[in-house]
Design a protein around this ligand. Sequence first.
Ligand SMILES: Cc1cc2nc3c(=O)[nH]c(=O)nc-3n(C[C@H](O)[C@H](O)[C@H](O)COP(=O)(O)OP(=O)(O)OC[C@H]3O[C@@H](n4cnc5c(N)ncnc54)[C@H](O)[C@@H]3O)c2cc1C
Length: 379
Amino acid sequence: MARHYDAIVVGLGGVGTAAAYQLSRRGQRVLGIERFEIGHQQGSSHGETRIIRLAYFEGTTYVPIVRRAYRLWQELGRAAGSPILYRTGSLEMSEPGYDFVDRSRASCLDHGLAHEMLDVDAVKQRFPAFELSAGTRAIYQPDGGYVLCEAAIDAHARLARSAGADLHTGEIVLDFRATADGGVEVRTDRGRYSAGHLVLTAGPWMRQLVPALHDHLATFKQTIAWFAPFRAELFQPPTFPVFIHFGDDGEFYGLPMHSGRGMKVGGPHFAREPIDPDVTDRTPSSSQLAALQAFMARHLPAAASPPQQPTGCIYTKTPDEHFIIDRLPGTPQVLMISACSGHGYKFAPALGEIAAELVVDGATTQAIEQFSLARFGLV
Ligand SMILES: Cc1cc2nc3c(=O)[nH]c(=O)nc-3n(C[C@H](O)[C@H](O)[C@H](O)COP(=O)(O)OP(=O)(O)OC[C@H]3O[C@@H](n4cnc5c(N)ncnc54)[C@H](O)[C@@H]3O)c2cc1C
Protein backbone atom coordinates (compact mmCIF):
# COMPACT_ATOMS: atom_id res chain seq x y z
CA MET A 1 0.00 0.00 0.00
CA ALA A 2 1.23 3.51 -0.89
CA ARG A 3 2.76 5.51 1.99
CA HIS A 4 0.63 8.58 2.78
CA TYR A 5 1.80 12.18 3.29
CA ASP A 6 0.14 15.56 3.65
CA ALA A 7 2.19 16.90 0.75
CA ILE A 8 4.66 15.56 -1.78
CA VAL A 9 7.15 17.95 -3.38
CA VAL A 10 8.58 16.83 -6.72
CA GLY A 11 12.00 18.29 -7.48
CA LEU A 12 14.35 19.44 -4.72
CA GLY A 13 16.20 22.28 -6.40
CA GLY A 14 16.03 25.94 -5.44
CA VAL A 15 12.26 26.20 -5.13
CA GLY A 16 11.45 22.63 -4.08
CA THR A 17 13.79 22.55 -1.07
CA ALA A 18 12.28 25.86 0.06
CA ALA A 19 8.75 24.46 -0.34
CA ALA A 20 9.66 21.26 1.55
CA TYR A 21 11.05 23.37 4.40
CA GLN A 22 8.14 25.81 4.53
CA LEU A 23 5.63 22.95 4.49
CA SER A 24 7.39 20.85 7.12
CA ARG A 25 7.92 23.80 9.48
CA ARG A 26 4.12 24.20 9.42
CA GLY A 27 3.75 20.66 10.75
CA GLN A 28 2.94 18.99 7.42
CA ARG A 29 4.10 15.42 6.80
CA VAL A 30 6.21 16.02 3.71
CA LEU A 31 7.87 13.79 1.17
CA GLY A 32 10.34 15.44 -1.19
CA ILE A 33 11.54 13.49 -4.23
CA GLU A 34 14.65 14.40 -6.23
CA ARG A 35 15.89 12.52 -9.30
CA PHE A 36 19.57 13.37 -8.64
CA GLU A 37 21.33 14.22 -5.37
CA ILE A 38 20.52 17.44 -3.52
CA GLY A 39 22.77 20.19 -4.84
CA HIS A 40 23.45 18.59 -8.25
CA GLN A 41 24.68 20.50 -11.31
CA GLN A 42 22.12 19.44 -13.93
CA GLY A 43 19.25 21.85 -13.30
CA SER A 44 18.89 25.60 -12.87
CA SER A 45 20.22 26.31 -9.39
CA HIS A 46 23.97 25.59 -9.39
CA GLY A 47 26.93 27.94 -9.75
CA GLU A 48 27.48 29.22 -6.19
CA THR A 49 25.62 32.57 -6.39
CA ARG A 50 22.51 34.28 -7.76
CA ILE A 51 21.71 37.98 -8.04
CA ILE A 52 18.94 39.38 -5.87
CA ARG A 53 17.56 42.87 -6.48
CA LEU A 54 14.55 44.97 -5.64
CA ALA A 55 14.73 47.16 -8.76
CA TYR A 56 12.76 44.93 -11.11
CA PHE A 57 12.62 45.68 -14.82
CA GLU A 58 10.69 42.43 -15.37
CA GLY A 59 7.66 43.90 -13.59
CA THR A 60 6.95 46.17 -10.68
CA THR A 61 4.48 43.61 -9.24
CA TYR A 62 7.38 41.29 -8.36
CA VAL A 63 8.73 43.75 -5.80
CA PRO A 64 6.55 42.75 -2.79
CA ILE A 65 7.45 39.09 -3.32
CA VAL A 66 11.15 39.76 -3.56
CA ARG A 67 10.89 41.96 -0.46
CA ARG A 68 9.46 38.99 1.40
CA ALA A 69 12.25 36.83 -0.01
CA TYR A 70 14.86 39.19 1.47
CA ARG A 71 13.42 38.58 4.94
CA LEU A 72 13.27 34.86 4.43
CA TRP A 73 16.86 34.71 3.12
CA GLN A 74 18.01 36.49 6.25
CA GLU A 75 16.03 34.10 8.42
CA LEU A 76 17.48 31.16 6.53
CA GLY A 77 21.01 32.42 7.11
CA ARG A 78 20.31 32.72 10.83
CA ALA A 79 18.75 29.26 11.00
CA ALA A 80 21.61 27.76 8.96
CA GLY A 81 24.28 29.42 11.09
CA SER A 82 25.97 31.37 8.27
CA PRO A 83 24.75 34.16 5.97
CA ILE A 84 23.04 33.30 2.70
CA LEU A 85 22.29 36.88 1.58
CA TYR A 86 24.96 39.52 0.83
CA ARG A 87 24.05 43.13 0.02
CA THR A 88 26.40 44.84 -2.43
CA GLY A 89 24.07 47.22 -4.26
CA SER A 90 22.87 46.49 -7.79
CA LEU A 91 23.87 48.42 -10.89
CA GLU A 92 21.82 48.08 -14.06
CA MET A 93 23.16 49.70 -17.21
CA SER A 94 21.45 50.26 -20.58
CA GLU A 95 23.13 51.35 -23.77
CA PRO A 96 21.15 53.86 -25.88
CA GLY A 97 18.04 52.27 -27.38
CA TYR A 98 17.29 49.93 -24.45
CA ASP A 99 14.64 50.72 -21.85
CA PHE A 100 15.60 48.31 -19.05
CA VAL A 101 16.93 51.04 -16.78
CA ASP A 102 13.68 53.01 -17.21
CA ARG A 103 11.68 49.91 -16.33
CA SER A 104 13.77 49.29 -13.22
CA ARG A 105 13.36 52.93 -12.26
CA ALA A 106 9.59 52.58 -12.61
CA SER A 107 9.63 49.75 -10.07
CA CYS A 108 11.71 51.89 -7.69
CA LEU A 109 9.29 54.81 -8.03
CA ASP A 110 6.23 52.58 -7.59
CA HIS A 111 7.56 51.09 -4.38
CA GLY A 112 9.51 54.02 -2.94
CA LEU A 113 12.85 52.26 -3.29
CA ALA A 114 16.07 54.20 -2.79
CA HIS A 115 17.90 54.54 -6.10
CA GLU A 116 20.28 56.77 -8.02
CA MET A 117 20.50 57.43 -11.74
CA LEU A 118 24.12 57.52 -12.96
CA ASP A 119 25.74 58.53 -16.23
CA VAL A 120 28.93 57.05 -17.67
CA ASP A 121 31.22 59.38 -15.72
CA ALA A 122 29.44 58.78 -12.41
CA VAL A 123 29.66 55.00 -12.90
CA LYS A 124 33.36 55.27 -13.69
CA GLN A 125 33.97 57.31 -10.57
CA ARG A 126 32.11 54.97 -8.20
CA PHE A 127 32.74 51.63 -9.90
CA PRO A 128 36.01 52.06 -11.79
CA ALA A 129 36.14 48.54 -13.24
CA PHE A 130 33.43 49.38 -15.81
CA GLU A 131 34.22 50.72 -19.28
CA LEU A 132 30.90 51.88 -20.74
CA SER A 133 29.87 53.04 -24.20
CA ALA A 134 28.94 56.68 -24.63
CA GLY A 135 25.34 57.38 -23.69
CA THR A 136 24.96 54.38 -21.37
CA ARG A 137 22.59 55.12 -18.49
CA ALA A 138 22.62 53.32 -15.16
CA ILE A 139 20.49 52.87 -12.07
CA TYR A 140 21.98 51.95 -8.72
CA GLN A 141 19.81 50.41 -6.02
CA PRO A 142 21.56 49.90 -2.66
CA ASP A 143 19.63 46.77 -1.55
CA GLY A 144 20.80 44.62 -4.46
CA GLY A 145 23.19 41.80 -3.80
CA TYR A 146 23.49 38.06 -4.10
CA VAL A 147 22.47 34.83 -2.41
CA LEU A 148 24.51 31.67 -2.06
CA CYS A 149 22.31 29.36 -4.12
CA GLU A 150 24.03 26.04 -3.42
CA ALA A 151 24.40 26.77 0.30
CA ALA A 152 20.72 27.73 0.41
CA ILE A 153 19.58 24.46 -1.13
CA ASP A 154 21.67 22.57 1.37
CA ALA A 155 20.29 24.67 4.26
CA HIS A 156 16.66 24.34 3.15
CA ALA A 157 17.05 20.57 2.78
CA ARG A 158 18.75 20.18 6.17
CA LEU A 159 16.12 22.28 7.91
CA ALA A 160 13.29 20.43 6.16
CA ARG A 161 14.71 17.11 7.36
CA SER A 162 15.11 18.48 10.89
CA ALA A 163 11.45 19.48 10.78
CA GLY A 164 10.52 15.90 9.89
CA ALA A 165 10.45 15.83 6.06
CA ASP A 166 11.42 12.65 4.23
CA LEU A 167 13.65 13.67 1.34
CA HIS A 168 14.36 10.93 -1.20
CA THR A 169 17.18 11.35 -3.69
CA GLY A 170 18.06 9.34 -6.78
CA GLU A 171 14.35 8.67 -7.33
CA ILE A 172 12.48 9.77 -10.45
CA VAL A 173 8.81 10.68 -10.41
CA LEU A 174 7.28 9.06 -13.49
CA ASP A 175 3.72 10.36 -13.23
CA PHE A 176 0.86 11.09 -10.87
CA ARG A 177 -2.91 10.81 -10.80
CA ALA A 178 -5.74 12.36 -8.84
CA THR A 179 -7.44 9.93 -6.47
CA ALA A 180 -11.15 9.58 -5.72
CA ASP A 181 -10.72 11.07 -2.23
CA GLY A 182 -9.41 14.35 -3.65
CA GLY A 183 -5.77 13.50 -3.05
CA VAL A 184 -3.05 12.33 -5.39
CA GLU A 185 -0.96 9.23 -6.03
CA VAL A 186 2.61 9.58 -7.27
CA ARG A 187 4.42 6.81 -9.14
CA THR A 188 8.22 6.77 -9.15
CA ASP A 189 10.87 4.38 -10.41
CA ARG A 190 10.93 2.97 -6.85
CA GLY A 191 7.35 2.89 -5.71
CA ARG A 192 4.08 4.68 -5.13
CA TYR A 193 3.13 7.31 -2.56
CA SER A 194 -0.11 9.11 -1.81
CA ALA A 195 -0.74 12.56 -0.43
CA GLY A 196 -3.38 15.19 0.08
CA HIS A 197 -1.41 17.67 -2.06
CA LEU A 198 1.26 17.58 -4.73
CA VAL A 199 3.68 20.46 -5.31
CA LEU A 200 5.51 20.31 -8.64
CA THR A 201 8.82 22.20 -8.62
CA ALA A 202 10.57 20.23 -11.35
CA GLY A 203 12.27 23.20 -13.06
CA PRO A 204 13.47 22.25 -16.56
CA TRP A 205 11.64 18.90 -16.35
CA MET A 206 8.25 20.46 -15.65
CA ARG A 207 6.80 19.86 -19.08
CA GLN A 208 7.60 16.14 -18.83
CA LEU A 209 5.39 15.93 -15.75
CA VAL A 210 2.66 18.26 -17.02
CA PRO A 211 2.04 17.60 -20.72
CA ALA A 212 -0.45 20.50 -20.83
CA LEU A 213 2.51 22.85 -20.35
CA HIS A 214 4.49 21.38 -23.22
CA ASP A 215 3.81 24.17 -25.69
CA HIS A 216 4.25 26.91 -23.08
CA LEU A 217 7.69 26.05 -21.75
CA ALA A 218 11.06 26.00 -23.46
CA THR A 219 14.47 25.12 -22.02
CA PHE A 220 17.63 26.98 -22.99
CA LYS A 221 21.29 26.56 -22.13
CA GLN A 222 22.99 29.50 -20.41
CA THR A 223 26.70 29.93 -19.82
CA ILE A 224 28.42 31.13 -16.67
CA ALA A 225 32.15 31.41 -15.99
CA TRP A 226 34.51 32.90 -13.45
CA PHE A 227 37.26 35.37 -14.30
CA ALA A 228 40.36 36.09 -12.19
CA PRO A 229 40.74 39.90 -12.06
CA PHE A 230 44.15 41.47 -12.70
CA ARG A 231 43.24 44.01 -10.02
CA ALA A 232 41.19 42.20 -7.37
CA GLU A 233 40.46 45.40 -5.40
CA LEU A 234 38.25 46.65 -8.27
CA PHE A 235 35.95 43.63 -8.08
CA GLN A 236 34.88 43.61 -4.44
CA PRO A 237 32.06 45.53 -2.77
CA PRO A 238 31.53 48.44 -2.34
CA THR A 239 33.67 49.17 -5.42
CA PHE A 240 31.93 46.46 -7.39
CA PRO A 241 28.19 45.69 -7.03
CA VAL A 242 26.16 42.98 -8.74
CA PHE A 243 25.37 44.24 -12.22
CA ILE A 244 23.32 43.73 -15.36
CA HIS A 245 24.37 45.33 -18.62
CA PHE A 246 22.00 45.63 -21.58
CA GLY A 247 23.39 46.52 -24.95
CA ASP A 248 23.86 45.65 -28.57
CA ASP A 249 25.82 42.50 -27.67
CA GLY A 250 23.06 41.13 -25.42
CA GLU A 251 22.40 41.13 -21.71
CA PHE A 252 25.22 40.12 -19.39
CA TYR A 253 25.29 40.02 -15.62
CA GLY A 254 27.93 39.52 -13.00
CA LEU A 255 28.78 39.43 -9.34
CA PRO A 256 31.69 40.56 -7.20
CA MET A 257 34.32 38.09 -6.05
CA HIS A 258 32.85 35.97 -3.30
CA SER A 259 35.15 33.06 -2.63
CA GLY A 260 38.56 32.41 -4.09
CA ARG A 261 36.93 31.68 -7.44
CA GLY A 262 37.15 35.08 -9.10
CA MET A 263 34.19 37.11 -10.31
CA LYS A 264 31.27 35.37 -11.96
CA VAL A 265 29.75 36.52 -15.23
CA GLY A 266 26.82 35.05 -17.15
CA GLY A 267 25.10 35.64 -20.45
CA PRO A 268 24.03 36.46 -23.00
CA HIS A 269 20.76 36.26 -21.07
CA PHE A 270 18.53 36.35 -24.14
CA ALA A 271 20.48 33.66 -26.02
CA ARG A 272 17.99 31.02 -27.03
CA GLU A 273 20.05 27.89 -27.40
CA PRO A 274 17.67 24.97 -26.85
CA ILE A 275 18.70 22.14 -24.51
CA ASP A 276 16.96 18.91 -23.57
CA PRO A 277 17.44 18.60 -19.80
CA ASP A 278 17.84 14.82 -20.18
CA VAL A 279 21.03 15.32 -22.20
CA THR A 280 23.58 15.36 -19.40
CA ASP A 281 26.33 17.32 -21.19
CA ARG A 282 26.34 20.86 -19.79
CA THR A 283 29.42 22.05 -21.70
CA PRO A 284 28.86 25.69 -22.67
CA SER A 285 28.64 26.44 -26.35
CA SER A 286 31.66 28.10 -27.92
CA SER A 287 29.49 30.98 -29.18
CA GLN A 288 28.16 31.87 -25.71
CA LEU A 289 31.63 31.60 -24.22
CA ALA A 290 33.06 33.81 -26.97
CA ALA A 291 30.29 36.36 -26.31
CA LEU A 292 31.15 36.36 -22.59
CA GLN A 293 34.82 36.93 -23.34
CA ALA A 294 34.02 39.74 -25.77
CA PHE A 295 31.85 41.39 -23.11
CA MET A 296 34.68 41.15 -20.57
CA ALA A 297 37.24 42.58 -22.99
CA ARG A 298 35.00 45.50 -23.85
CA HIS A 299 33.41 46.40 -20.52
CA LEU A 300 35.50 44.83 -17.73
CA PRO A 301 39.02 44.71 -19.17
CA ALA A 302 40.65 44.52 -15.71
CA ALA A 303 39.20 41.00 -15.35
CA ALA A 304 39.34 39.83 -18.98
CA SER A 305 41.46 36.80 -18.15
CA PRO A 306 40.78 33.31 -19.59
CA PRO A 307 37.39 32.01 -18.34
CA GLN A 308 37.56 29.49 -15.52
CA GLN A 309 35.17 26.60 -14.86
CA PRO A 310 32.75 27.61 -17.63
CA THR A 311 29.54 25.69 -17.22
CA GLY A 312 26.03 25.51 -18.62
CA CYS A 313 22.83 25.92 -16.67
CA ILE A 314 19.20 25.79 -17.82
CA TYR A 315 16.60 28.52 -18.16
CA THR A 316 12.99 27.32 -18.41
CA LYS A 317 11.04 30.06 -20.10
CA THR A 318 7.39 30.84 -20.61
CA PRO A 319 6.53 32.91 -23.72
CA ASP A 320 6.10 36.07 -21.60
CA GLU A 321 9.04 35.21 -19.29
CA HIS A 322 6.84 35.37 -16.19
CA PHE A 323 6.47 32.60 -13.61
CA ILE A 324 3.85 29.91 -13.38
CA ILE A 325 2.23 29.59 -9.97
CA ASP A 326 -1.09 27.85 -10.31
CA ARG A 327 -3.05 24.71 -9.65
CA LEU A 328 -3.39 22.14 -12.39
CA PRO A 329 -6.69 22.80 -14.18
CA GLY A 330 -9.38 20.49 -12.80
CA THR A 331 -6.99 19.16 -10.14
CA PRO A 332 -6.74 21.73 -7.36
CA GLN A 333 -4.66 19.42 -5.15
CA VAL A 334 -1.77 19.74 -7.66
CA LEU A 335 0.18 22.99 -7.47
CA MET A 336 2.85 24.04 -9.98
CA ILE A 337 5.58 26.53 -9.21
CA SER A 338 8.05 26.87 -11.99
CA ALA A 339 9.30 28.29 -15.22
CA CYS A 340 11.11 30.97 -13.39
CA SER A 341 12.35 32.12 -16.77
CA GLY A 342 15.91 32.85 -15.79
CA HIS A 343 15.10 35.19 -12.90
CA GLY A 344 13.50 33.03 -10.22
CA TYR A 345 16.17 32.03 -7.76
CA LYS A 346 16.04 35.19 -5.68
CA PHE A 347 12.38 34.43 -4.93
CA ALA A 348 12.92 30.81 -3.86
CA PRO A 349 12.05 31.08 -0.15
CA ALA A 350 9.03 33.28 -0.89
CA LEU A 351 7.87 30.82 -3.55
CA GLY A 352 8.28 28.01 -1.01
CA GLU A 353 6.22 30.01 1.45
CA ILE A 354 3.51 30.63 -1.15
CA ALA A 355 3.38 26.88 -1.82
CA ALA A 356 3.01 26.15 1.88
CA GLU A 357 0.30 28.78 2.34
CA LEU A 358 -1.67 27.48 -0.62
CA VAL A 359 -1.44 23.90 0.65
CA VAL A 360 -2.08 24.59 4.33
CA ASP A 361 -4.37 27.65 4.24
CA GLY A 362 -5.77 27.35 0.71
CA ALA A 363 -4.70 30.94 -0.05
CA THR A 364 -1.68 33.23 -0.04
CA THR A 365 -1.39 36.92 0.72
CA GLN A 366 0.99 37.43 -2.23
CA ALA A 367 -0.43 38.61 -5.56
CA ILE A 368 -0.03 35.52 -7.71
CA GLU A 369 -2.89 36.03 -10.21
CA GLN A 370 -0.31 37.38 -12.66
CA PHE A 371 1.29 33.92 -12.74
CA SER A 372 -1.84 31.94 -13.52
CA LEU A 373 -2.26 29.55 -16.42
CA ALA A 374 -5.29 31.51 -17.60
CA ARG A 375 -2.93 33.74 -19.59
CA PHE A 376 -2.14 30.74 -21.79
CA GLY A 377 -5.81 29.84 -22.15
CA LEU A 378 -5.36 26.88 -19.77
CA VAL A 379 -8.08 26.84 -17.13
C1 LIG B 1 23.00 30.51 -15.51
C2 LIG B 1 21.82 30.95 -14.70
C3 LIG B 1 21.91 32.13 -14.00
C4 LIG B 1 20.80 32.58 -13.27
N1 LIG B 1 20.93 33.73 -12.56
C5 LIG B 1 19.90 34.12 -11.77
C6 LIG B 1 20.07 35.22 -10.89
O1 LIG B 1 21.16 35.84 -10.86
N2 LIG B 1 19.05 35.55 -10.07
C7 LIG B 1 17.87 34.87 -10.08
O2 LIG B 1 16.97 35.23 -9.32
N3 LIG B 1 17.69 33.80 -10.89
C8 LIG B 1 18.67 33.41 -11.71
N4 LIG B 1 18.53 32.32 -12.51
C9 LIG B 1 17.25 31.60 -12.53
C10 LIG B 1 17.12 30.69 -11.34
O3 LIG B 1 18.35 30.09 -11.04
C11 LIG B 1 16.02 29.67 -11.60
O4 LIG B 1 14.81 30.37 -11.85
C12 LIG B 1 15.83 28.77 -10.40
O5 LIG B 1 17.06 28.19 -10.03
C13 LIG B 1 14.82 27.68 -10.74
O6 LIG B 1 14.71 26.80 -9.64
P1 LIG B 1 13.79 25.52 -9.72
O7 LIG B 1 13.69 24.97 -8.36
O8 LIG B 1 12.55 25.83 -10.49
O9 LIG B 1 14.61 24.52 -10.69
P2 LIG B 1 15.79 23.51 -10.28
O10 LIG B 1 16.65 24.10 -9.24
O11 LIG B 1 16.41 23.02 -11.54
O12 LIG B 1 15.01 22.32 -9.57
C14 LIG B 1 14.21 21.39 -10.24
C15 LIG B 1 14.51 20.06 -9.60
O13 LIG B 1 13.54 19.10 -9.97
C16 LIG B 1 14.20 17.86 -10.11
N5 LIG B 1 13.33 17.01 -10.91
C17 LIG B 1 12.88 17.28 -12.15
N6 LIG B 1 12.07 16.31 -12.59
C18 LIG B 1 12.01 15.37 -11.61
C19 LIG B 1 11.34 14.11 -11.50
N7 LIG B 1 10.58 13.64 -12.49
N8 LIG B 1 11.52 13.41 -10.37
C20 LIG B 1 12.29 13.89 -9.35
N9 LIG B 1 12.95 15.07 -9.42
C21 LIG B 1 12.81 15.81 -10.53
C22 LIG B 1 15.51 18.26 -10.78
O14 LIG B 1 16.48 17.26 -10.70
C23 LIG B 1 15.86 19.52 -10.03
O15 LIG B 1 16.65 19.26 -8.90
C24 LIG B 1 19.60 31.84 -13.26
C25 LIG B 1 19.53 30.64 -13.95
C26 LIG B 1 20.63 30.19 -14.66
C27 LIG B 1 20.51 28.88 -15.40
